[in-house]
Design a protein around this ligand. Structure first.
Ligand code: ZN
Length: 103
């Protein structure tokens, strides 16, 4: 596993601001802006995402779940995404610590 911290190519700062854009029919996009110099650092188009602590209602809205969809399927998917987010986050933090990198 390789774990990197977002770093501005322009000034080397690790202060990042996420600008989150949602548009109908397009994947959610996160623009990473440098918190120091304001340059665009990166843009990510997300196929799947999870906002910790916001619950399944937010997840369903964000992923376009309709009334005709199976509630069980969405609940299973939400639980899997939630678990992956939490365990992946922990693993990333542990890897950074192993590599001697500050967060
Ligand atoms: Zn910068």
């Amino acid at each position: 596993m390789q774990v990197n911290r977002q770093t501005c190519q322009e000034c080397g700062s690790r202060e990042a601001r996420n600008i989150i854009v949602r548009e109908a029919g397009r994947p959610m996009t996160v623009y990473v802006r440098c918190g120091n110099c304001g340059q665009l650092v990166a843009a990510y188009e997300l196929k799947n995402y999870y906002h910790h602590g916001k619950g399944i209602e937010s997840y369903l809205r964000g992923h376009g779940a309709g009334a005709e969809d199976s509630g069980r399927r969405w609940l299973d998917e939400f639980k899997q995404v939630q678990e992956r987010a939490q365990s992946g986050y922990q693993s990333a933090l542990e890897k950074l610590a192993q590599d001697g990198k500050e967060i």
